[in-house]
Write a protein that binds this ligand. Structure first.
Ligand SMILES: Cc1cc2nc3c(=O)[nH]c(=O)nc-3n(C[C@H](O)[C@H](O)[C@H](O)COP(=O)(O)OP(=O)(O)OC[C@H]3O[C@@H](n4cnc5c(N)ncnc54)[C@H](O)[C@@H]3O)c2cc1C
Length: 373
C-alpha cells in the first residue's frame, strides 16, 4: 500500500510504503546541506523528498563524539548554507563542547529552514524495485526515484587485523568508544594510529597515565599554516582517486598533521616518541618482530573509519577493489547508478566539502530526475 506522508508531523513511521521523489539518508552536515538546496529549489517535503536519520537528535556524528572535543580542539566547523554557526553560540565559544554546540546549531538550522527530519529512522537496505529505489527502514518502506546518501563514517569504525588479537586479555577500544582520559588512569595504554584523533587522544591520555604510541608509517608533521590552496590541492587528490574508482584516502594522509601548540607541548613532554607497528598481540600486550614486548592494559585503535555504506550493498556500487567510480561536478554521483549520490564521501568528507557536495548533489539529481523548475 502506498500513502502520502504527513510531513509536518514527523513521528514514528508506520509499517507502510511511502512514495516520494528523493530520500536523503542522514542529517549531518552533508544531508542537511543537500536538503536545504532541495527545498530552496522548490521541492515539497514529503511528496518530493524526505530526510531520514537514525540518531536520536540533531547533530550528525558530532552528538556522539567525546566531551573533551571542544571548538578549540576541532579543526574547523564550516557554516551550513544560510546560517552562521557563530550566531548560534553562547559566549566563551572556544571552550564549548562540540557535542553540545553542533547539535544545538543543527537543531536551530532545521528549525530556521523548516527541514523535517524523521528520526530515529535507520535505513537498513536500499535496493531496486520496479524501476525505482526501495528504501527499507526500521520504520516503514520508501519507494523513491533517487537517493542522496549522507551517512558519514561514524558507524563504521575500522580496526586492522593483527595476529593474536583475540587472545588479548586487556581492553581493546576504538576512537568511537572514547569518552575521557580519566577512565585509563593507572593503566598502560597502547595508542595505534597517526591521524588527528590519535594525536588528540594520546595528548589527553598521556597526561593521566603511561602510553606507547605506534604507527604504521612515520607520521608526517606539517609546519606552517594550511592555506586554502593547500586545502584545495588535498581535496583534488582525493577527488581524483574516487573518479578512478579507488577507495578514498583519509584527509590526513594527503595533508599531513599540522604542528599545533598541543603537539609542541607533547614533543616537550616526550610523548611523541613513536614506535613502528607491532607484529602481534599477546595475552598481556603487544610484541614486535625483534621479540621486544610491551605489557598493556588497553589497546586504543585510532585507526579511522570507513564510509557507512553497507545498506547500499544490493545496488552493487563497489568495484572489485572496494572503491566506487564517482562522477558529476563534484564527484558525488555514482557513475553506474546516477540516481544515487554520495555526499560526505571521499573529497566531501569535511564540513566544507559536505556543504558544497550537498548543493551539487541536489542540483544534479533533480536535473537527472526531471524534478523542480
Ligand atoms: C573525531 C572527528 C573529528 C572531526 N573534526 C572535523 C573538523 O573539525 N572539521 C571538519 O570539517 N571535519 C571534521 N571531521 C570530519 C567530519 O566528521 C565531517 O566533516 C562531517 O561532520 C561529516 O558530516 P556528514 O554529514 O558527512 O556525516 P555525519 O555527521 O556522520 O552524519 C551522518 C548522519 O547519518 C546518520 N546515519 C548513518 N547511517 C544511517 C542509516 N543507515 N540510516 C539513517 N541514518 C544514518 C547518522 O545518524 C548521522 O546523523 C571529523 C571527524 C572525526 C571522526
Amino acid at each position: 500500500m502506498s500513502t502520502a506522508m504527513n510531513a509536518m508531523h514527523p513521528g514514528p513511521l508506520a509499517r507502510v510504503q511511502y512514495k516520494t521523489g528523493i530520500v536523503v539518508i542522514g542529517a549531518g552536515q552533508a544531508g542537511l546541506s543537500a536538503a536545504y538546496y532541495l527545498k530552496k529549489s522548490g521541492l515539497t517535503q514529503g511528496r518530493d523528498f524526505v530526510i531520514l536519520d537514525q540518531s536520536p537528535q540533531p547533530g550528525g556524528a558530532w552528538q556522539h563524539r567525546w566531551s573533551s572535543l571542544t571548538l578549540s580542539t576541532v579543526n574547523r566547523i564550516h557554516d551550513l548554507p544560510g546560517l552562521s554557526f557563530a550566531d548560534t553560540l553562547d559566549g566563551n565559544a572556544p571552550e564549548v563542547r562540540a557535542n553540545i554546540a553542533v547539535p544545538h546549531y543543527f537543531e536551530a538550522y532545521e528549525k530556521k529552514f523548516g527541514l523535517i527530519v524523521y528520526r530515529p529512522v535507520g535505513v537498513k537496505v536500499v535496493c531496486e524495485r520496479n524501476g525505482r529505489l526501495r528504501v527499507e527502514t526500521d520504520g516503514g518502506y520508501f519507494s523513491a526515484q533517487g537517493i542522496i546518501n549522507a551517512t558519514g563514517t561514524w558507524e563504521t569504525p575500522y580496526i586492522p587485523e593483527y595476529p593474536g588479537q583475540g587472545h588479548f586479555k586487556g581492553l581493546q577500544l576504538h576512537t568511537k568508544d572514547y569518552q575521557s582520559a580519566k577512565a585509563f588512569s593507572g593503566r598502560h595504554v597502547v595508542i595505534v594510529g597517526a591521524g588527528i584523533s590519535a594525536i588528540q587522544l594520546l595528548d589527553e591520555i598521556s597526561q593521566v597515565t603511561t602510553t606507547t604510541w605506534v604507527t604504521r608509517r612515520p607520521p608526517e608533521f606539517r609546519e606552517g599554516s594550511f592555506d586554502e590552496g593547500a586545502g584545495r590541492a588535498a581535496v583534488a587528490i582525493v577527488e581524483d582517486r574516487v573518479r578512478k574508482g579507488l577507495p578514498p584516502r583519509s584527509v590526513v594522509s594527503v595533508t599531513g598533521l599540522p604542528v599545533t601548540p598541543a603537539i609542541e607541548s607533547m614533543r616537550a613532554r616526550g610523548v611523541l616518541n613513536r614506535l613502528p607497528m607491532f607484529s602481534e598481540i599477546t595475552a598481556q600486550g603487544v610484541r614486535w618482530s625483534d621479540g621486544r614486548e610491551q605489557l598493556a592494559d588497553v589497546i586504543l585503535w585510532c585507526t579511522g573509519f570507513r564510509s557507512s555504506l553497507d545498506h547500499l550493498a544490493p545496488l552493487m556500487l563497489r568495484e572489485e577493489n572496494g572503491g566506487i567510480i564517482m562522477a558529476g561536478r563534484l564527484a558525488t554521483m555514482v557513475a553506474k547508478q546516477p540516481r544515487v549520490h554520495l555526499v560526505g564521501y571521499g573529497p566531501s568528507a569535511s564540513t566544507i566539502g559536505a556543504n558544497r557536495a550537498g548543493r551539487a548533489a541536489a542540483t544534479e539529481l533533480m536535473t537527472y530526475l526531471g524534478m523542480g523548475s
